[in-house]
Design a protein around this ligand. Structure first.
Ligand code: PA5
Length: 427
């Protein structure tokens, strides 16, 4: 299970401030449970865990296996909540190098022409034996009309139509039940389709086909992932003390004037998970002049870029460390004859042990620099724990943002940029 330790941050907040924030967090959880808060029509991310759709999990597992067996490349075409969750889980749970199964690539998450041009050229390029690559595209868009995704999908389907007679077989669409341009294309071309439930918003959708199909194609056991989240749901319905404490503390820290929360990990494979948390919280809390700006750091790498600021810059920061207690696989430092690099004092130690000392040292230093630190830990990195962590952060987001008095489930500011861009493009 996931543990949350607010001890290092709690001493920065006076008791009365904490208790006031805790009262708000308790009320916020009640609003979520009773579906009485603003945006309560978007609480499907809780309902899917209360009543799992095993038939869909089975279908996604077998399609994932089928594509995994056939494809050379699987392109996930989506932006924001339509791809960040899948990328977070895939990066966390698959090897850094020499991955088995299809290469998973991303498109539709920006409007970079150079990237897309190079992607198309790469997809077209034959394999070493001269044969054509077998490419599958999963286009994911709840609205079915997001420009970045729609533009990339136009190019990708043109390419697939040029390459294969049965191009429609290579395209899977994940979108709303009805409406949107993507649904029109599905009807016209006969693409396979998965539905994003209406009451699940993009950034809360990783445990729907949005995230589960790409994750399954990556060879990850989606049933274990999903049921990890179900176990967290059941546990927190009974006792959400850890999350309520964290939400209350974050609120009190927000009230005290801190404006930035650095989500830091010491495991490079969790960097994308930080990106998913960043979007989940950022798009949910950053409204009406409120919220703590969530940002992501991977240590010790970023201690050599952001470490100085965190230690001694403007005191506007808190830090949330995402911790893995036991290594998945590890490496030891050998003793070297001659000790010419003077590293023999580390001989016999594992990289995990050294990394943990870096974490302890960083914690000590940042506390001295007056940075409140929250620690979220999983014992080992596996699908079950990542599933639990996903629900942990979804619930935290719902409770924390409700306790700010804000609707967590809309994103009016994002609509503003789209309107301005479409006007400038003459749509
Ligand atoms: O969380 C959200 O709602 C957004 O980040 C969306 O996921 C993102 O804007 C993509 O939207 P769509 O799936 O409609 O293309």
């Amino acid at each position: 299970m996931i543990t949350c330790d607010i001890g290092f941050a709690r001493k920065f907040i006076k008791d009365e401030e904490y208790l006031k924030a805790r009262h708000k967090a308790d009320l916020a959880f009640e609003q979520l449970k009773s579906k009485t808060g603003p945006g309560s029509e978007w609480l499907g991310w809780r309902d899917i865990l209360a009543d799992p759709n095993d038939a869909e999990l089975e279908q996604l597992t077998s399609l994932g296996e089928e594509i995994r067996a056939k494809a050379d490349v699987f392109v996930v075409c989506g932006i924001g909540g339509s791809y960040l969750g899948a990328k977070a889980v895939i990066d966390a749970l698959t090897p850094h190098f020499n991955k088995k199964g299809p290469e998973i690539l991303y498109a539709g998450h920006h409007i970079g022409g150079k990237y897309l041009k190079e992607l198309l050229a790469y997809l077209k390029e034959p394999k070493a034996d001269g044969s054509q690559k077998n490419i599958y595209v999963n286009v994911i868009s709840k609205s079915g009309s997001t420009l970045e995704t729609a533009l990339a999908f136009r190019l990708l389907r043109e390419l697939l139509e040029e390459m294969y007679e049965d191009a429609a077989e290579h395209i899977i669409c994940t979108t709303s039940k009805e409406g949107g341009i993507l649904n029109k294309l599905i009807d016209q071309k006969g693409y396979r389709k998965f539905v994003i439930p209406n009451d699940v918003g993009g950034r809360f959708s990783v445990l729907t086909p949005v995230g589960l199909l790409p994750i399954s194609v990556a060879g990850i056991d989606i049933k274990t992932l999903f049921y990890g989240a179900v176990s967290a749901y059941n546990e927190f319905e009974e006792n959400a003390e850890d999350i309520l404490e964290y939400a209350a503390l974050r609120n009190a820290i927000h009230e005290s004037g801190k404006t930035i929360d650095v989500f830091a990990t010491f495991e490079p494979e969790l960097t994308s998970l930080g990106g998913w948390i960043q979007q989940l919280l950022g798009e949910s809390e950053g409204k009406e002049g409120k919220g703590i700006f969530p940002t992501v750091a991977t240590f010790s790498t970023d201690l050599h870029s952001l470490g100085q600021f965190i230690q001694q810059g403007q005191r506007s920061l808190m830090e949330t460390m995402i911790i893995v207690e036991k290594p998945f696989s590890d490496l030891k430092v050998n003793k070297l004859d001659g000790n010419d690099d003077e590293l023999n004092y580390l001989a016999g130690k594992s990289f995990h042990e050294i990394n943990m000392k870096a974490r302890e040292g960083t914690t000590e230093a940042h506390l001295e620099g007056n940075v409140p630190i929250v620690r979220i830990a999983m014992s080992v990195l596996n699908a079950e724990h990542i599933g639990q962590l996903i629900y942990f952060f979804e619930l935290l987001t719902g409770i924390f943002v409700y306790s700010l008095g804000v609707n967590p489930f809309n994103q009016p500011g994002v609509e503003d940029y789209k309107k301005a861009m479409y006007r400038l493009l003459g749509k």
